[in-house]
Design a protein around this ligand. Sequence first.
Ligand code: AP5
Length: 213
Amino acid sequence: MNIILLGPPGAGKGTQARRLVEERNMIQLSTGDMLREAKDSGTEMGERVAKVMAAGQLVTDEIVIGLIEEKLQGDNAGGFIFDGFPRTLPQADALGALLTKYGKSLDVVVEMQVDDEALVNRITGRFTCGNCGEVYHDDTKRPAKDDVCDVCGESDMKRRADDNADALRTRLMEYYKKTSPLIGYYYAKGDLRSINGLGEIEDVAGEIKAALS
Ligand code: AP5
């Protein structure tokens, strides 16, 4: 099964994608994670990407489509979870063409609905394990032992450079201008399932499970 998790910054796409990887042996394709890796690579492309991401703007379609195409050529026995991709109409068209090219198809697009106030709280309280990528929150998901990751046991918690009020305003604006038209695009194709992303992490996982069945 190949699915898209669609939603604004902080909607919980990464959190739920990691659960699906565990539970269904799916492969998470997060363009945000891929771009953060590119950013840390020290290449000229990485430097350009770093500036765009820090400001909360979208990276060019050409770059992210290229990153996704590389991954689509790999093994996907349990299916792919597209997390943070597509984010523009040209990216959505490109994904459709790439899936066809590699003999795959899209099954469901899960739209995670969360109001803006909750998004701000989620983003400003987020921290992540620098070793394994597990996502935490100051209020809603703290590790059992302060600063020690529950999953891998490392003490390497990090906060993202773009998780600040200014960049978040731009990220939200980019979402409403460029990404939210995808809701209508996938609705018209008959692929869209909208869920309430405001509940507890467990409850949202249950809604996604229902949307996928
Ligand atoms: P990206 O990394 O994709 O960030 P994003 O879409 O802004 O999404 P986030 O990762 O911020 O949030 P999320 O929905 O995954 O929420 P999470 O699960 O972490 O993109 C970053 C940047 O890269 C972009 O701005 C752009 O520059 C670039 N980029 C990426 N993809 C691109 C593309 N396709 N095209 C162009 N540019 C691209 O949860 C957030 C917090 O909330 C966590 O602390 C979590 O613990 C908590 N939480 C989660 N669920 C719940 C819940 N149900 N209740 C309470 N708390 C919860």
